[in-house]
Design a protein around this ligand. Structure first.
Ligand code: PLP
Length: 422
């Protein structure tokens, strides 16, 4: 019997694991088109390859097929909680107590006590009325604008907002205004134009991930007050570590009571597993539970993921020492690199883009850094504007001073070798 099955598989040209190519003219045409598109991406030098990591996320990594001892400067693991023993234990306990997953959306049979507890904790952390969980912050951004805004309303969005905000805004029927990056004169002009609409919502990243710059939230909130608008911030690169208690950009800039809606992720500083959320006024959260499509039509967050985030928030609420530990490390890197002759974009943020200009230089230098045991990534067009290629370095609270100094030394050597430094 077994032999017979194998013989049949043999005739059809594949075992259980072998891929089957679809046949027919349409499939062949599609394959040719896709291969040509892929070739164009390679030809444009914008191909993104994925390095395989053979260890936990952390400041030191082992890459698959390579040695260990790589110092990692390109994760969003800002607080080092992704491999914190208590965070991992909390995930295992949640997995054992609540199972692998819910096999359901929240409103059918996908809500457990841990989901409600985490939502309550998030709202308390941000000092907001309520919170709603999503599978990711991408989903939170995709789901909010359509649910909240109608053709009578307006949304005013920073031109460099994250792709998920741009996509979320695309999905809604409100009137759309795009203001120049962090340009308050332009925002004011757009707010004046938008006075004719029922409701105005200003949407901005709290911290911008490509430049490490922080939105001028005080000025944005003043303008919002003047023109009777609401403020929405995406805090993916701020939650957990910006501000005296790590509450985010609004805490850092003293406007927690002026920002109406906060979206953020559980997939970066808060343990790094996955998940996102919206926190804000209770009626808004209630409405999102009724209307937000990525919430209504997607599976509930898995218990292990909920366990990680919940423990990460406990750790942050117990003490502000973790949130504070970022600042000195960031300062050390930024000042040593500047002294070495590099230009670092942004200010006081653990995202430290080393500005190089030329795309090839960024890519060759990043490769050479890895040869010296420092894992960093080069970014070039279309991810950043043409002529503004850079290597983005991300500092984590769990980097040691020695890790940071080794990174600066490697940059200095590699920069001299490739002509980025004299
Ligand atoms: N918003 C910003 C500013 C981000 O950087 C990201 C992630 O890269 C997201 C949203 C999406 O977050 P998530 O990974 O939770 O989908």
């Amino acid at each position: 019997m077994w032999l017979a099955v194998r013989a049949v598989r043999g005739v059809r040209g594949g075992g259980a694991g072998s891929p089957r190519a679809a046949s027919g003219a349409a499939a062949a045409q599609l394959r040719r088109r896709l291969e040509s598109e892929l070739e164009d991406i390679r030809g444009a030098g914008t191909w993104k390859s994925e390095r395989v990591i053979a260890s936990k996320q952390g400041p030191h990594l082992r890459l698959a097929g390579g040695g260990g001892g790589i110092i990692n400067f390109c994760a969003n693991n800002y607080l080092g909680l992704a491999s914190h023993p208590e965070v991992i234990r909390a995930a295992v306990e949640a997995l054992e107590k609540f199972g692998a997953g819910l096999s359901s959306v929240r409103f059918i049979c996908g809500t457990q006590s841990i989901h409600k507890d985490l939502e309550e904790k998030i709202a308390r952390f941000h000092q907001r009325e309520d919170a709603i969980l999503y599978a990711s912050c991408f989903d939170a951004n995709a789901g909010i604008f359509e649910a909240l805004l109608t053709p009578e309303d307006a949304v005013l969005s920073d031109e460099l907002n994250h792709a998920s905000i741009i996509d979320g805004i695309r999905l809604c029927k409100a009137n759309k205004y795009r203001y120049k990056h962090m340009d308050m004169q332009d925002l004011e002009a757009k707010l004046q134009e938008a006075q004719k609409h029922r409701l105005r919502l200003v949407a901005t990243d709290g911290a911008f991930s490509m430049d490490g710059d922080i939105a001028p939230l005080r000025e944005i909130c003043q303008l919002a007050q003047k023109y009777d608008a609401l403020v929405f911030i995406d805090e993916c690169h701020a939650t957990g570590f910006l501000g005296p208690n790590g509450r985010g950009t609004d805490e850092l800039l003293g406007v927690m009571d002026k920002v109406t809606i906060v979206n953020s992720t559980l997939g970066k500083a808060l343990g790094g597993a996955a998940g996102g959320y919206t926190t804000g006024p209770k009626p808004l959260i209630d409405l999102l539970r009724q209307r937000s499509r990525p919430y209504l039509f997607s599976n509930s967050l898995p218990p292990a993921v909920v366990g990680c985030a919940s423990k990460a928030l406990d750790l942050l609420m117990e003490s502000n020492a973790i949130a504070q530990s970022m600042a000195a490390k960031t300062q050390r890197f930024r000042s040593k690199m500047t002294a070495a002759g590099f230009t670092i974009s942004g200010k006081d943020h653990p995202i430290c883009p080393v500005m190089l200009g030329d795309a090839r230089l960024a890519s060759v230098m990043a490769e050479d850094m890895l040869n010296r045991g420092i894992y960093v990534i080069g970014f070039s067009y279309p991810v950043v504007p043409k002529g503004k290629a850079r290597i983005r370095v991300q500092i984590s609270a769990v980097h040691s001073d020695e890790d940071i100094d080794r990174c600066v030394e490697a940059f200095t050597e590699v920069g001299r070798k490739h002509g980025a430094l004299p």
